[in-house]
Design a protein around this ligand. Structure first.
Ligand SMILES: C[S@@+](CC[C@H](N)C(=O)[O-])C[C@H]1O[C@@H](n2cnc3c(N)ncnc32)[C@H](O)[C@@H]1O
Length: 283
């Protein structure tokens, strides 16, 4: 029987600094099995060139923040079925992709030119991509699917050449928290507002995948407040030099609430983009 996931299945987690980071082992992260099960749905959703949001905001925004030179060697971390790899390769960049899901990497290989190398690995595994060095790394819409931040950012530091950039794009953790944030409408003020029921607690949230009633699978979103990202980046030796907040460009059909809805979409950004620079090693 189909399983309905109720909001009370969300699990509070201790903040990262109070949680012993476990040694990551490939295959022990539930993420690979979850995303293998979700792979066919996700591949169809994204297609060859990306969803509307990827095409209009995320892919061009990530490339602009990376600002790569043509000679740069780039890594798409948690590449999924390879949409950003193809976007970069199509513009003449050298890029490799890494993802924990072998099913998504198989789709990536099928959809992409053979010149792009794809790797199946846990982004938190200290053995992953041993000996490789990159001039830029991007992680798009995936950090909130990763159970541990610090070992992932430590790997990013290890893979990045000094002074090079890491671009991290996620759904905005202040306003867009699955099951814990909602739209509401204030009739007196004729204003659409955003209600946020939880922000500061690190929380594990199962999401039906595909996101519709009757779906059997789920993937896990790990909600974290901003300080968790900044603290883990700093601890890994990555310094944030740019933060952008990207609003949805969609507009409502004409109607009584259209103006309020359009205003609210602009006021509560959908995506957060962070760029961090690899600091030199401490002497
Ligand atoms: C929402 S998809 C985004 C995929 C791709 N970046 C995109 O923009 O289409 C999240 C991805 O994170 C990957 N992922 C989750 N945990 C991971 C981990 N620990 N290491 C590597 N990839 C991981 C999943 O397999 C999945 O491909």
């Amino acid at each position: 029987m189909a399983r309905t996931l109720k909001p009370d299945r969300t699990k509070r987690r201790k903040p990262a600094d109070q949680r012993g980071e476990r040694t990551p082992v490939r295959g022990k992260n539930a993420g690979d099995a979850e995303w293998d099960r979700a792979a066919r749905w996700y591949d169809a959703l994204v297609g060859a060139q990306g969803s509307d949001y990827q095409q209009s905001l995320i892919l061009p925004g990530a490339l602009r923040l990376l600002e790569p030179e043509k000679s740069f060697r780039l890594l798409d971390l948690a590449c999924g079925q390879g949409v950003f790899c193809r976007y970069l390769a199509g513009r003449g960049y050298r890029v490799e992709g890494l993802d924990i899901s072998s099913a998504l990497v198989a789709s990536a290989k099928k959809r992409s030119p053979a010149s792009i190398a794809f790797h199946v690995a846990d982004a938190a595994d200290p053995q992953a991509l041993k000996g490789k060095a990159f001039d830029g790394i991007a992680c798009l819409l995936a950090v909130q699917n990763m159970e541990r931040l610090l070992p992932v950012f430590q790997n990013v530091k290890r893979w990045l050449k000094p002074g090079r950039r890491f671009v991290l794009i996620m759904t905005h953790p202040c306003f867009r928290i699955p099951r814990q944030s909602h739209w509401g409408y204030d009739e007196d003020k004729k204003t659409q507002f955003r209600r946020v029921d939880l922000y500061a607690s690190e929380t594990e949230i199962p999401i039906l995948t595909p996101p519709k009633k009757g779906a059997r699978g789920f993937t896990t979103t790990y909600h974290r407040p901003l300080q968790s990202y900044f603290n883990a980046l700093a601890e890994a030796g990555l310094a944030v030099d740019c933060l952008e907040e990207w609003a949805s460009e969609k507009t409502s059909e004409p109607g009584k609430r259209a103006k309020a809805e359009n205003r609210a979409r602009r006021e509560f950004p959908l995506f957060l983009a962070l760029r961090a620079v690899r600091l030199p090693d401490k002497q």
